[in-house]
Design a binder for this molecule. Structure first.
Ligand code: FAD
Length: 808
């Protein structure tokens, strides 16, 4: 039993206490500065609309778990959830198409959703003007939550299991000893703690400051208005019966409130609130989460749009409005998990009512079992590198997210604010070549180069032309760079691709052996790809380990979350040191048929092919530049990857580029590299598999050495192996080469939804679309023809090989 202190008794704090209690924790204290349970936080004002379905799998799952939880909570026959369904209407053709795509994603995530005509929308909700819309997405299981009722019931349950709730008690400090939390200080005394969970809503950053942890969220005021009664609802009992309505083209949502409507608007200018300005309960006239209504932001346009969609509002008029505050983050995702900076300091922040109980469940699993069953990488508090912890960065990005919350989001749409945060030393060369940049982990990463425009004519007959959604944020140059790399060679900036760590010290080998699934006691000068698993045997990451000395390893891992996983497991003794080299180093790859020729002509003594085996790594000089060089066959062709320090990166670029010119080497972008990866049947962490999957499900079991005596996750892995896979990652071929799907589309075996797409690209060697999908094992074993649904249409696809999973 751990001594757990939860800060905040809003819907998130109470959901977490509820699930921890359900999982047998009996020493929980919840501390709340306001009264219990109408505390004055965001939960006290949340109208509780629950639109579960989004393009994010994790958010959709958290939402559906919240609905499942709330449905079971009722007191005196009063439910905490009203399943009235939801309608998301389209005013534009583009939105209608997006809703079709969303309905498909609903199938992928196991949520019923379908697109209706305007007339069918009116059948669901007669308040709507059908002339104002082109159609709508109907999700029958959506509805309205009663967060305060749910909080009350969950708190009572937790209390019955021994949880203690303290209202009117303010947390004023946190005691940390040797990097581990020990106690929570309040105005009513001190509470001992092994583990603290910060569920303080938009006050979270203040709690974070108490332990030196940045909680990168921005409180923003958001308008919510109540109409007077509508004639059409006059005869109703006041019980909520009409579906939720969302009009994303006009950035508004509607729900029934007795015989009138509640209307939320994101259309207004962003209204950020400084954390330092926020009061606590009792300090002001209003509750702390409410700012005075600013009518000018509503009456100028949103009110006209609202009446256009629901004409009955004209007669009803507006009763009152509030500017209610809640939290936004730089990437729109919640902030969850234990901070890598302070052991025992957990956060559950920036969470909507929609995801609250799902988060409570996941947090409880994570704390009690060591890992949640749901993959939470995208929500992990440790996902932000240092650059992203600057208030200037996260405030601007969070405001951008507020403004775009209801926009149509394309997977390749670059962010607009806080750009040029991190640039590689070749940035100026890339700009001169007309690079189109996107951002990855703060780095400006070239997607393709205008300088390669002339190649489009050269490969014209082979290039697959894209249309519609797939043609957005795309250029035929991407395809030309891909083809040219296969035929000649491309110079790729890999600086943003991975995090670079050096792990050294007497205990380094032992430490890494415990974390990885292969025997990484490899010779000095060799590289090996291996897996890190979590306690439940899900894949935490696929990493590359390069042994540079007996007790020194250079590691390439996916990102900040994976790096924090390594740091979290560091032994308390100082026999192992982890140094993050990401910000001080850069990386370049020469890839393609001519890669070895180019390197040979640069330095014949060093780059004689006979001196290099696949997977070999050497510390060498290229000209004056000291590099760690690795030779491998990533993306199915010769590749030389070089790492050096930032100060000499530009020299390296120039050396490689100049010598490569005679071999037709081009600078090529990340989009071509991604397609090369897909073409070469190489699966990627975070894209094709994540921590819900084990190595057997995704064809990476060749990276598992079960003869190794122990590694994290081994016991659970043996169990999972015995039980068999839940899904299998499987390459598929699309019959129609003109269809380029983008990811997350559902796959059907006749009429049965059987899985979903992860990555998709085009295989130029076959002249066909290639798709990876996570499929039910029975579907894979049948090996028959399947179909993929894309924008509401079905396209035939076939499994690529007889084997269930093609191994690399
Ligand atoms: P809170 O409810 O704010 O709880 C945090 C608690 O921590 C507070 O009670 C606070 O007093 C306490 N605390 C803070 N600091 C301390 C301290 N030092 N010591 C002790 N206690 C402390 N979400 C939806 O899903 N659907 C919607 O339709 C929706 N609409 C919204 C409309 C409006 C107008 C608003 C304001 C919010 C809306 N939201 C909606 C968002 C949702 O309400 C919030 O995201 C959610 O309630 C946050 O819950 P929480 O428990 O994290 O935070």
């Amino acid at each position: 039993q751990k001594k757990i202190v939860i800060i905040g008794a809003g819907v998130v704090g109470c959901s977490t206490a509820y699930y921890l209690s359900k999982m047998g924790q009996r020493d929980i204290t919840v501390i709340e500065q306001g009264p219990l349970f109408e505390t004055g936080g965001s939960t006290s004002h949340a109208p509780g609309l629950v639109f579960q379905l989004s393009f994010s799998k994790v958010l959709t799952t958290l939402a559906s778990q919240t609905v499942e939880t709330f449905k079971e909570l009722s007191s005196d026959g009063q439910p905490s959830f009203y399943s009235v369904g939801s309608l998301e209407v389209a005013n534009t053709q583009e939105r209608l198409e997006d809703l079709k795509r969303k309905a498909g994603v609903g199938t992928s995530w196991g949520m019923e959703a379908y697109v209706l005509s305007p007339e069918e929308c009116v059948e669901k909700c007669s308040l709507i003007n059908p002339d104002n819309i082109l159609g709508g997405l109907y999700v029958p299981s959506d509805g309205i939550a009663k967060p305060l009722r749910a909080v009350d019931i969950m708190a009572k349950f937790a209390e019955s299991c021994g949880t203690k709730f303290y209202g009117h008690t303010e947390v004023t400090g946190i005691k940390v000893v040797d990097g581990q939390v020990k106690a929570v200080e309040t105005n009513a005394g001190s509470f001992e703690a092994d583990l603290i969970i910060c569920c303080a809503g938009f006050w979270g950053p203040r709690i974070g400051e108490m332990v030196g942890v940045t909680i990168p969220l921005q409180p923003i005021a958001h308008q919510y208005i109540f109409s007077n009664d509508l004639e059409e609802l006059a005869s109703e009992s006041g019980e909520v019966t009409i579906p939720l309505i969302r009009d994303q083209d006009n950035a508004m949502y509607f729900r029934q409130v007795f015989n009138g409507l509640g209307i939320g608007s994101y259309q207004h200018r962003p209204l950020p609130v400084e954390v330092s300005e926020i009061t606590k309960y009792g300090e002001g006239k209003e509750m702390p989460s409410v700012k005075p209504f600013t009518p000018e932001d509503f009456f100028e346009k949103p009110w006209q749009d609202a009446q256009g969609l629901i004409p009955g509002l004209t007669q009803a008029g507006v009763k009152k409005g509030i500017n209610g505050i809640f939290s936004f983050t730089p990437d729109g995702m919640p902030l969850l998990g234990e901070s890598q900076k302070v052991r025992g300091f957990w956060v559950a922040e920036a969470i909507w009512v929609t995801h609250s109980a799902g988060v409570g469940k996941a947090m409880a699993e994570w704390i009690v079992n060591g890992a949640p069953t749901l993959d939470l990488e995208l929500c992990d508090i440790n996902r932000f590198d240092t650059y992203a912890q600057s208030p200037a960065y996260y405030k601007k990005r969070s405001i951008e997210n507020y403004e775009k919350v209801y926009d149509i989001h394309h997977p390749f749409m670059p962010p607009e604010t806080s750009r040029d945060m991190r640039v590689s030393p070749y940035h100026m060369r890339q700009k001169a070549l007309g690079a189109h940049f996107n951002e990855k982990s703060g780095w400006e990463q070239p997607q393709w180069y205008e300088a390669n425009d002339s190649l489009v004519a050269m490969y014209e007959n082979m290039i697959l032309k894209r249309t519609g959604w797939a043609a957005k944020y795309w250029s035929p140059i991407i395809e030309a760079e891909h083809l040219h790399t296969r035929q000649y060679a491309g110079l790729y900036d890999m600086t943003a691709a991975k995090k670079r760590l050096e792990i050294s010290g007497e205990g380094a080998l032992e430490f890494l052996q415990q974390l990885t699934t292969s025997n990484i006691d490899i010779p000095i000068g060799h590289a090996m790809s291996t897996l890190m698993l979590h306690e439940l045997a899900g894949i935490k990451d696929e990493i590359k380990v390069i042994r540079t000395a007996a007790t020194t390893f250079f590691i390439l891992c996916t990102g900040a979350v994976e790096a924090s996983w390594l740091k979290k497991h560091l032994p308390v003794s100082n026999r192992v040191v982890i140094q993050d080299l990401t910000a001080s180093t850069c990386s370049l790859s020469v890839i393609g048929a001519k890669a070895s020729e180019i390197m040979y002509s640069l330095d014949p003594r060093t780059f004689t092919r006979s001196k290099w085996e696949l997977g070999q790594a050497k510390e060498i000089f290229i000209g004056n530049v000291p590099v760690l060089a690795i030779y491998d066959s990533y993306v199915g062709t010769q590749r030389w990857e070089f790492f050096t320090t930032l100060d000499q990166g530009l020299q390296l670029w120039d050396l490689l580029f100049n010598v490569g010119e005679q071999y037709q080497l081009i600078a090529a972008g990340d989009r071509a590299l991604e397609n090369l990866r897909i073409e070469s049947l190489s699966f990627r962490n975070g894209k094709d598999f994540w921590s819900e999957h084990d190595p057997y499900e995704v064809g990476l079991d060749h990276m598992v050495d079960l003869t190794k005596s122990t590694f994290i996750g081994k016991t659970a892995l043996l169990d999972r192996k015995e039980k068999g896979p839940k899904l299998l990652l499987t390459p598929l071929i699309l019959d129609d080469p003109s269809i380029v799907v983008m990811g997350y589309e559902p796959v059907f075996d006749e009429e049965k939804a059987s899985g979903f797409v992860t990555s998709a690209g085009y295989d130029y060697s076959m002249g066909k679309g290639i798709v990876y999908a996570l499929l039910l094992p029975e579907t894979v074993n049948k090996g028959n023809e399947l179909s993929i649904e894309y924008f509401g249409q079905r396209y035939t696809t076939k499994i690529m090989s007889n084997s269930a999973v093609i191994t690399k």
